[in-house]
Design a binder for this molecule. Structure first.
Ligand code: 4AD
Ligand code: MG
Length: 461
């Protein structure tokens, strides 16, 4: 079978030839002696028009075909320079592979994203989700190319883990214990020593700590995999299961870290603009009007870079516009992040050197003893898309921090070892993959860029 993508890639090969292709019906209009089917085969954003006539043996059956039916079509591809689409097929045979029941939920009209969320098994068949998930796939590919071109090793870090990489206590527990009959310790707690791994385990919140062990061997590595957070945040940008890209670079500091993050985001934007022009035009028209201009401008300018302390000074002047007032020491909320990037900088911006108390234990303490070498990248429309830092590479300082925070030192021995045997300055970051997809598509809810979203109170299919 030929696909619609094949046709658009090399039309000359197929024009005026008899071809065969399979796809699903988006619409079927008929009059007395002929009809038109718009066919989508998933391989290309545009649909292909199929023209059929009453010479078909099954003409009456074809006229009755509902939206959603699967067909295999034989016919001649002809050029239609006057029409909206440059080609159509004049069908000589239409084989009904699978009919579609008349209650098919996707009729030829615009459905709301909320409604489509309730049918996540069917929404990939709509234009919007065809565009979203094709772009999602392209972004993943662009990220792998970016790091591979630079010699980074792709590491598969584990999903089940015994340590809390962010120290934030937002882990989903993993257990093989029979909930009806959980073994208890003498003090009445769950006895994890009798569980599968003989210890308490969870789904990973980040591959970073494992990634660092590989960076201390391969110099430049990245992870790209699913991560899980039992964060009780019911927002448009938090999911319980999301994907993260985490590069880690030995002999790199915070500036190197920002440079590579900026290059990566620009690479992704450029790749998607070049490889998904129709999808991007669609988003610009139907999802987010300023999208294309905004992304093109990003390619032509440097990201903003500002310290947390400077950012707080700027934001304090606008405290009237915020629900949560800003002062030094507070964590920046989405409203503050968006104000900085949308109103003040009007482009992506890195905020660096946050107070140590609002950041993770592994970040390198700055000489002021109050802030750490952290960087968050904020983008218009979303806020934080990347979180990263230079890591504490001093054994004693790291141990002191782990103890100060009351963390279980025994779980971090492997991590401390990295500071004992050939410690080197190193830095890395985590790009939230879904937030990156939101940024490139203009889609404003994370539930609409995840194939099967898992969020507070919701885990369907
Ligand atoms: O800022 P975070 O928590 O940083 C880390 O996990 C570090 N270990 C990264 C590193 O330095 N290697 O998360 C990184 C990014 C965030 O900036 C955000 O884009 C995304 O992951 N993220 C989420 N995306 C969707 N849903 C959630 N619940 C998310 N939590 C974080
Ligand atoms: Mg963060």
């Amino acid at each position: 079978l030929v696909s619609i993508r094949d046709i658009y890639k090399d039309p000359k090969k197929y024009i005026d030839k008899e071809i065969k292709l399979g796809g699903w019906v988006r619409s079927n209009r008929d009059s007395k002696s002929f009809g038109f089917i718009m066919l989508n085969d998933g391989t290309y954003f545009d649909q292909l028009q199929i023209v059929y006539h009453d010479v078909l043996d099954n003409f009456e059956a074809v006229k009755k075909i509902n939206v959603g039916a699967a067909l295999i079509i034989k016919g001649k591809l002809i050029e239609t320079p006057e029409a909206k689409q440059p080609f159509e097929i004049q069908a000589s045979e239409i084989c009904i592979e699978g009919v579609s029941a008349p209650d098919y939920p996707l009729q030829k009209k615009r459905h709301s994203l909320e409604f489509l969320r309730s049918i996540s098994h069917l929404r990939p068949r709509t234009n919007t989700f065809q565009a979203v998930f094709r772009v999602r796939s392209l972004i993943a590919f662009a990220i792998h190319s970016f790091f591979n071109e630079r010699g980074f090793i792709y590491v598969h870090t584990p999903i089940i883990t015994g340590s809390d990489a962010e120290g934030a206590g937002e882990m989903f527990k993993v257990t093989a214990l029979d909930l009806q009959n959980i073994p208890k310790t003498e003090d009445g707690n769950v006895d994890f020593l009798q569980d599968f791994f003989n210890k308490e385990t969870s789904l990973t919140v980040s591959g970073q700590l494992n990634g660092e062990t590989f960076a201390m061997a391969f110099k430049n590595i990245y992870t790209f995999g699913p991560t899980f957070r039992a964060e009780n945040s019911n927002t448009a940008r938090h999911a319980a299961e999301f994907w993260m890209i985490e590069p880690e670079m030995a002999f790199a500091d915070l500036t190197d870290n920002m440079d590579i993050a900026e290059d990566m985001l620009k690479y992704i934007i450029k790749y998607v603009l070049e490889n998904a022009p129709q999808e991007m035009k669609f988003f610009n028209e139907f999802i987010d009007k300023g999208l294309l201009d905004r992304l093109k401008n990003v390619l032509d300018s440097d990201f903003g870079r500002i310290s947390y302390t400077e950012a707080v000074e700027l934001l304090e002047k606008h405290n009237d516009s915020f629900e949560y007032k800003v002062s030094w020491g507070c964590d920046l909320q989405t409203e503050h992040e968006r104000y900085l990037t949308e109103k003040i900088f009007k482009k992506p911006v890195f905020v660096t050197d946050y107070p140590k108390d609002i950041k993770a234990f592994y970040m390198k303490l700055n000489p002021d003893n109050k802030t750490v070498a952290a960087m968050d990248c904020l983008v218009p429309g979303i806020g934080e898309i990347i979180g990263g830092s230079q890591r504490e590479d001093d054994y004693n300082k790291l141990l002191k921090r782990i103890e100060e925070l009351g963390m279980d030192t025994s779980l971090y021995e492997f991590y401390l070892d990295l500071r004992k045997y050939g410690s080197a300055r190193h830095a890395g970051f985590g790009l939230g993959f879904e937030r990156c997809v939101m940024y490139l598509t203009g889609i404003s809810n994370i539930r609409d860029v995840l194939p099967f979203p898992r969020t507070v109170g919701s885990c369907d299919i």
